[in-house]
Design a protein. Structure first.
Length: 423
RNA sequence: GGAGAUGUGGCCGAGUGGUCGAAGGCGCUCCCCUGCUAAGGGAGUAUACCUCAAAAGGGUAUCGAGGGUUCGAAUCCCUUCAUCUCCGCCA
């Protein structure tokens, strides 16, 4: 959500930044609506003031027993009430329109975010390790998993349809081991506090983080008006909603290992095979709540926290900064971590780490005490640390042996109960 | 799922249609007195928005949230959310 006052003071700047995301200029439309609203507010408020004044006089007249005067005043109030009712309806309508308009406008990028229309303009920042070289034809994770008899898409399809999987045996354990490793790194080394939040949330929570109203089609909704979380970012970030945070507790770092549910409407045909794109997957999420002046530093720190997992697993990856055209709805800057997948001979996204500035904080009214009588919006950041399913895919593909067995990365052996080879 | 109760300012708590943004207490801030402790006196102490070049000032809204009745609602009605108690069910 955007700051109306800021737009009013600097419309050209906003239009310029929105243009970088490929949007038409919007400030004029917003300000015209805003001006209409303020004019209508004045009229309504004047009428309300007149009504309140007369009503008090009626009370006094009644107290004195002067019925005639009271009746005269009542007639007077009727006029004001007409104005309030008529203008009130108009005002509500205008406000709803402006609200809807603002709610659907994405965040503005930071000045120095690379410009570009789509992912082709994303900028590679750095790489870690050389892409895995196998001296045999690499299999993809789905073939490997099915051959092991521990990854079953057909059985999952029978009960749940496409884009689901049943893991079993060592692969199921591997999934758990990866999550445990990730949580241990983030909680024991990086200062994130582990949370076990709700997986079902109300619409307001999703509005707060920006998934609603625009992206309803990507979400699963229950019959009792709950939504399944598409990411724990929603649950974790909303922990500070409608509150005034003690600045001493900032930055506040939270993590959670949760399932994520995505209906992926409109993605038919993409990554149809395997575990890359599923309706349900596990993810260890990182969320930081910061003071405004610290969010950029925290963003870099969070990137490092996510990278650490891949370093520990000795998986090749690269980090890219998304260009303006590829930024998500709420983000001012985003780093993606892409892991190397031998079967695809390319890097694939395994983590996305965003600084949302005060965009989400405004939508959920999350503030901190900046000074006495000066509460300001916090900044919110979120990132995957990491997507467990895709990490499992990366481990299988990068650690595969010619016979289809999988060497367990050293860092995972303790978490696998000492197992060094999956076969 | 059934029955009932509750929801007021930082906290406690009064207030069942009128001058209530809201008594009183606690806490906090400032001042005075005393000045060792303890105590005493006075003033102040919500948020958002509109108006004003700004400040001062003025105005509107807010007593969980939303809607309604009324000239007027913290107070009456409806819906909803949350909490508590009892019963049922259940991992």
């Amino acid at each position: 959500m955007h700051d109306l006052k800021a737009i009013r003071e600097n419309p050209a700047e906003y239009d310029k930044l929105w243009a970088k995301r490929g949007l038409e200029p919007l400030s004029k439309k917003i300000m015209d609506k805003d001006a209409l609203i303020r004019k209508a507010m004045q009229v309504v408020q004047e009428a309300e003031a007149a009504r309140n004044k007369s009503s008090k006089l009626i009370g006094q007249a009644m107290g004195k027993g002067d019925k005639e005067e009271a009746e005269r005043l009542k007639a007077e109030v009727a006029g004001a009430k007409n104005v309030i009712a008529a203008m009130g309806v108009q005002l509500d309508g205008e406000r709803a329109e402006l609200q809807a308009l603002l709610a659907g406008i994405p965040n503005v990028p930071f000045e120095d975010v690379p410009e570009g229309e789509d992912e082709d303009s994303n900028v590679e920042l750095h790489k870690h390790l050389e892409p895995t070289k196998l001296d045999f034809e690499p299999k993809d994770h789905a073939d490997l998993g099915e051959a092991l008899g521990m990854m079953d898409f057909e059985t999952a399809a029978k009960m749940s349809g496409s884009r689901f999987v049943v893991l079993s045996g060592k692969l199921s354990r591997l999934d758990r081991a990866l999550a445990a490793l990730m949580l241990d790194i983030q909680t024991e080394e990086n200062g994130y506090v582990e949370h076990s939040p709700p997986f079902l949330v109300r619409g307001e929570a999703l509005f707060g983080t920006g998934q609603l109203p625009k992206f309803e089609a990507d979400l699963y909704k229950t019959t009792v008006d709950h939504y399944l979380i598409p990411t724990a970012e929603v649950s974790l970030t909303n922990i500070v909603r409608e509150s005034i945070v003690d600045p001493e507790t900032l930055p506040r770092r939270m993590t959670a290992h949760t399932p994520c549910f995505r209906s992926e409407a409109g993605s038919a045909g993409r990554d149809t095979k395997g575990m890359i794109r599923q309706h349900q997957f596990n993810k260890v999420e990182l969320v930081s709540i910061t003071r405004p002046e610290n969010s950029e530093d925290e963003h870099k720190r969070m990137l490092g926290c996510a990278e650490e997992v891949l370093k520990r697993l000795e998986l090749p990856y690269r980090v890219v900064e998304l260009c303006t055209g590829d930024l998500g709805f709420g983000a001012r800057r985003t780093f993606d971590i892409e892991v190397w997948l031998p079967s695809q001979d390319t890097y694939r996204e395994i983590s996305s780490i965003s600084n949302c500035g005060d965009f989400q904080a405004r939508r959920m009214n999350a503030r901190y005490k900046h000074a006495e009588k000066d509460n300001r919006f916090v900044h919110t950041l979120n990132g995957s640390g990491l997507a467990v399913g895709r990490t499992l895919v990366a481990v299988l593909e990068n650690y595969q042996n010619e016979d289809g067995s999988i060497t367990v990365p050293t860092a995972l052996v303790p978490y696998m109960g000492g197992v060094r080879l999956i076969k």
